[in-house]
Write a new protein. Structure first.
Lengths: 132, 667, 375
């Protein structure tokens, strides 16, 4: 149990229509990733508030991963741009609080991207472990 | 933002999912952990949360324990969110005071390799769900009254066909056409593939139908100037000559169609040589010619068709395949072959896409002796003058990439579909998103193919992307049915998951209105200051406006700061597991594999099947039950992997069933 | 730069190419063929060249002759474009093109022309033969018109015409084929070993065998002596054997009546082989056992039939001579045997028979190229 507690904790923001089904798919196909990954699903990645990200990192999450829709987003073609802005703003906040900007990541995860999601988690886990 | 106080009487149900969850997650322990959480009154393990018996039990708990919120930790919300929202509603709780926690797809299955940690994660997920639900607000569906009228923009074949069906279903239809006559492109075409009817005939028949229907009003030479209002109550300003009409409609169908790509000057010699023409011009030429094909006062003996002109450009703006042009060109070539005889056809193509039934055209054409030469985008054919003919040079991929040349009297540039030149204006009027291909975008190409993100605005036909006539009409008719499902009710209910503005903190900077794709936010004078106001019927609930607010005055319903930050805290709370092993219940003796929580009839059936496998008639006889009832329950048990088929019986008539995954039955 | 000639399609149709315009260039035919490799790409490319009218490319190709017409490609063709028959048609076109007189063109393109020519030759040869026997009734009035010497010389001229045509064809083909070899790289392959490889193929038909041994081939389950390669081998060696025996007889100047003479024994064995092979081939074609045997042109029938008649009548005569049965009927048989055999020789350069020189030549070029590629 002890060693398992050292896994970096990752908070994932997913989207209801595209990336969350992609993450579900990983489970459905028993494609494993770190059990220290927790997912919050939202309608769209452009609705994530930087204060939530900061809250997560301050309270004990080691990293935040945004599983965005990219250009597939059905709400707006501006979605990738706005999500980027959110990340930049968050990184600014993180800097002010002495948190490495490497602790936030983003990738587009499609509704069948089970393997890509798992490999993103593996990579991010590795990166976060190295940061400690 | 009413009822801000936290929920204090929460019921939590943790599902075994017949082992799918409980094989890897120690659900019994979590139940005990959760029971100690603040506000939790009921914490239970259930074999199948979605089972009818459990739903009834939940409703009873809600009533008996006066619960004010419910959490079910089971499968993905995509499967059963609505099921349990309804359970909550039936128990007398607002459906939005219900939270679904996904401990199957995103926990037990994903971490079946590490059951101990899966249990820790599941506990965190459920705690987050409890926090979220404790901050949840009761929400009411947004009610909108609706007008039973539909505006159809674009009077081509898609719009006409949809208008007819909408009218027949009882809607007042306003069909708006920019040109002088209805029918669009199809009205210009001769013989069409499969039916051999001409485009002109098809359109004439549709016009007849439209004239017969009194509830279709056609406006020709009319343009849409402005669209205001929202689903159920759009107001479409239509300009006819100098006059402007305000049409009230419940929904809008956009069937504005396509433009044909017009080759640039010099593209394969277009406009440099008179004998280089584009596909629509060629179609007109063959439709208007009789017996001999004469162009520019010269008899045509050979034709070279150059495909993919302006399409599938790796570097240009039209990256897509227009997919109707191959069929059109080959079909035209067949018409030429039959109508005029002895004309040699050369097809210079990149890829022939005569999909589906249209493949037969390609076969017929090659059997006619048409010569096909395949070129690559990087080596396009070159058209040159050659006496009173044209000389085409091409590197043929099919003949060892040799440089070939051929003579032709006429070069036809096979052009595809591009978005209409005015599609940007249409998009701006209606806020329809435009895709990378510059055609209009639906919400989801497979699941919601004719709806747009704008409630009440639908798209059909080739304004959505290149389509042939059948496909265009299919999509516009599907939109017609969708629209009727909406307009036939006088009241439309909309999901209340939208952004809300905190009037106290809002200082109106306009940033939210700027990012809103749907024009849902407008300034409003209130409490002596300017604040942002949200049009509830227009807001799509994407949440884009929330992060840009400098004073954090916008919250999404169901995704408020309290809810999200509460979830984060819930994830992180320490989980103390009792057993050092940390493994979940695995197999015999544990709760997960008994039938204690199952319906009585299931237990009876399981008891009957314990010794050996039996058929449905045998079970019905043994238990004195109706065979239909046995079938129903056995099938359900089969669905939950409690029983499985065990081959046909001796008479080869019925399947025998046996127990699966269950080691003993407790009556 | 090569100019597309759409008229060529109608020209090759006259040689028996039928449905090839249905081809959509999938290449299954090339894929399924056991004889294609990096240096030999057919039949797809030939169909392509035919469609586009690339005559030179066709005449310069050795690949045309590597095909033994097993028909696998036609069985596999998703468009029923008949690539196998197409290859046979192109070989007819090539034979007709290499040969300078135009007789072949007449025979392949027009069935009536073929029949008239064959009959005309038979009659001509008949007269010619009668004139060789002074004292025969028919020759008298003939001699009064044409002196013996004239006819004799004419015979020589006709035979030399065949010989010259063959030589011309071989030279024409060699020139064409060397073009493709030299165009790419200097051919450095060892010509002696290439020649040995050609000899080996003629002796063993190893390449032909691969056609019959194909996975789902109709012939795989059959006995070796029923397989097409062996049928072909029997006909070929039967004919060669008979030719050698005849020449030996001629050299020994004694149409030996003794059966145990080596040349007679050779003749008997070769004759048996020839009759066996042709009988089987005719049988397969009549029954259309596989796709490869279902399309038979008049030229094929006449060729096979002549060989068969020559073999059968040969044996008849053998027996007649042994029994010393000097009847009129046997005289007629002798006449038929001689006329048919002479027609076979005479028309050698102008018929399907010509592949006997073109194929080894093409194989020679193929092996040289192949050795070069291996280096």
């Amino acid at each position: 149990m002890e060693s398992k507690n050292t896994r970096p904790k990752i908070l994932v923001f997913s989207t209801d229509k595209i990336s969350d089904p992609g993450i579900d798919q990983a489970g459905l196909r028993k494609i494993h990733y770190s059990p220290a990954v927790y997912v919050i699903s939202l309608p769209c990645s452009s609705g994530i508030k930087p204060r939530w990200i900061l809250h997560a990192l301050k309270q004990g999450f080691d990293g935040v991963f945004i599983a965005a829709d990219g250009h597939e987003c059905s709400y707006s073609p501006k979605c990738p741009e706005l999500t980027n802005q959110i990340i930049e703003e968050s990184q600014q906040l993180m800097k002010e609080n002495g948190i490495s900007p490497k602790r936030i990541r983003m990738a587009a995860i499609c509704s069948v991207c089970a393997e890509p999601f798992a490999s993103h988690m593996a990579n991010f886990t590795k990166i976060l472990a190295e940061l400690e | 933002m009413e009822n801000k106080q936290k929920k204090e009487r929460i019921g939590v149900y943790i599902c075994h999912c017949g082992g799918n969850i409980s094989d890897y997650v120690d659900v019994a322990q979590i139940k005990d952990i959760v029971k100690k959480e603040e506000g939790v009154i009921v914490s239970k393990n259930v074999m199948f949360a979605c089972a009818d018996s459990n739903q009834k039990e939940m409703i009873k708990d809600i009533e008996d324990e006066k619960l004010d919120a419910v959490v079910v930790a089971s499968c993905s919300p995509k499967l059963h969110l609505h099921t349990f929202r309804n359970v909550a509603l039936r128990g007398g709780i607002n459906p939005y005071n219900y939270t679904q926690v996904n401990i199957r797809e995103q926990c037990s299955w994903a971490h079946s390799d590490t059951p101990g940690e899966a249990t820790v994660k599941a506990a965190g997920l459920i705690r987050a769900g409890i926090k979220k639900v404790s901050f949840s607000e009761a929400l009411e569906n947004i009610e909108v009254s609706s007008t039973r009228a539909v505006v159809v923009i674009g009077g081509g074949i898609s719009g006409m066909r949809a208008a007819i069906d909408l009218a027949k279903m009882g809607n007042q239809v306003y069909l708006i056409e920019k040109e002088k006559t209805l029918g669009g492109h199809v009205a210009k075409w001769g013989e069409l593939y499969i039916t051999d009817q001409t485009g002109k005939d098809i359109i004439a028949a549709l016009i007849k139908d439209i004239k017969r229907l009194t509830n279709i009003t056609v406006f020709t030479l009319a343009t849409v100037e402005k669209v205001s209002g929202s689903i159920g109550n759009f107001i479409v300003d239509v300009k006819i000559g100098a006059e402007i009409l305000n049409l009230k409609s419940g929904a809008i169908l956009v069937t504005t169609g396509f433009d044909s790509y017009i080759p640039k000057e010099g593209e394969f010699g277009y406009q440099n040589y008179p004998s280089v023409i584009a596909l629509p011009e060629f179609r007109e030429l063959i439709d208007n010619s009789k017996e001999t094909l004469v162009y520019n006062n010269r008899k045509v003996n050979s034709i070279a068709y150059i495909y993919c002109v302006g399409m599938m450009q790796t570097k240009g703006e039209n990256k897509y395949c227009s997919r109707v042009c191959c069929t059109t060109a080959i079909h035209n070539s067949l018409i030429v072959h039959e109508k005029f005889k002895n004309i040699q056809a050369y097809h210079l193509y990149r890829d022939i896409r005569t999909y589906g039934k249209q493949e037969i055209l390609y076969e017929r054409s090659s059997k006619n002796g048409d010569i096909y030469l395949k070129y690559e985008e990087k080596n396009p054919p070159v058209v040159e003058n050659f006496g009173n003919k044209l000389l085409i040079k091409v590197k043929d991929e099919l003949t060892k990439r040799q440089d070939m040349e051929l003579e032709a009297d006429l070069v036809v540039l096979v052009t595809g579909m591009v978005p209409r030149s005015d599609s940007k204006q249409v998009s701006a009027l209606l806020k329809i998103p435009i895709g990378n291909d510059r055609f209009f975008n639906e919400i989801h190409p497979k699941l919601r193919p004719v709806e747009t993100v704008i409630n009440g605005v639908f798209i059909g036909g080739s304004c959505q992307g290149p389509k042939n006539i059948s496909e265009s009409v299919q999509s516009s008719l599907s939109a017609a049915v969708k629209i009727n499902a909406l307009t036939k009710n006088p009241t439309i209910f909309l999901e209340p998951i939208i952004a809300r503005i905190n009037f106290e903190t809002c200082v109106w900077c306009g940033k939210c209105a700027e990012v809103c794709e749907y024009d849902a936010i407008h300034p409003l004078e209130m409490y002596g200051k300017t604040i942002a106001s949200m049009n509830e019927a227009v807001c799509k609930g994407c949440g884009m406006c929330a992060p840009v607010c400098p004073v954090d005055a916008i919250d999404m319903a169901q995704y408020s700061n309290n809810e999200i930050e509460g979830m984060i805290d819930g994830f992180l709370e320490k989980v103390e597991l009792e057993t050092g092993e940390g493994t979940a219940s695995q197999g015999e003796g544990e709760e997960g594999n008994t039938m204690k929580d199952m319906p009585q009839i299931w237990r009876q059936l399981a008891a009957c099947l314990e010794k050996d496998s039996k058929t449905i008639p045998a079970l019905a006889k043994e238990l004195h039950l109706n065979p239909k009832l046995v079938t129903y329950h056995l099938m359900t048990m089969n669905k939950y992997s409690l029983v499985e088929a065990d081959g046909l019986d001796d008479s080869d008539e019925y399947y025998a069933y046996k127990l699966k995954n269950l080691h003993h039955v407790e009556n | 730069m090569s100019r597309i000639d759409p008229e060529f399609s109608s020209e090759i149709k006259k040689y028996g190419a039928k449905d090839f315009s249905a081809c959509f260039n999938c290449g299954n035919c090339t894929g399924v063929c056991g004889l294609t490799d990096k240096n030999a790409n057919f039949p797809r490319m030939f169909i392509r060249q035919g469609m586009l009218g690339q005559k030179e490319e066709i005449l310069q190709s050795k690949e045309l002759w590597l095909c033994y017409a097993c028909g696998d490609c036609s069985e596999t063709c998703p468009r029923q474009a008949g690539p196998g028959d197409y290859m046979a048609a192109m070989r007819r076109y090539a034979i007709a093109s290499y040969e300078p007189t135009g007789l072949t063109k007449l025979m392949f393109k027009s069935n009536p022309g073929f029949i008239v020519l064959t009959f005309f030759l038979a009659i001509l040869l008949g007269f010619f033969l009668f004139t060789l026997k002074p004292g025969h009734e028919v020759s008298r009035w003939l001699f009064s018109i044409l002196p013996y010497a004239v006819i004799h010389n004419m015979g020589l001229v006709i035979f030399s015409l065949t010989g010259l045509s063959v030589a011309w064809g071989v030279i024409a083909m060699t020139l064409k084929l060397s073009k493709t070899v030299d165009n790419n790289e200097k051919s450095k392959g060892n010509w002696w070993s290439s020649l040995l490889m050609v000899g080996n193929e003629i002796a063993t038909m190893n390449r032909y065998k691969t056609c019959d041994e194909d996975e789902d081939s109709f012939w795989k389950e059959k006995h070796w002596f029923q397989q097409p390669w062996f049928v072909h081998w029997s006909i070929m060696w039967g004919f060669i054997g008979l030719l050698v025996a005849t020449v030996l007889d001629f050299i020994l100047k004694d149409p030996a009546t003794q059966i145990w003479w080596p040349s007679r024994i050779l003749g008997t064995i070769a004759g048996l082989l020839l009759v066996y092979g042709t009988s089987l081939a005719i049988n397969y074609r009549l029954k259309k056992v596989t796709k490869a045997y279902s399309e038979t042109r008049l030229a094929d029938w006449i060729f096979l039939f002549f060989l068969w008649i020559a073999g059968i009548t040969g044996f008849w005569l053998e027996v007649s001579v042994a029994l010393n049965a000097n009847y009129l009927f046997n005289h007629i048989v002798l006449l038929i045997h001689t006329i048919i055999s002479m027609e076979l020789v005479l028309l050698f350069a102008f018929s399907k028979f010509a592949h006997a020189v073109y194929r080894p030549l093409a194989l020679f070029f193929y092996f040289r190229k192949g050795q070069e590629a291996k280096k």
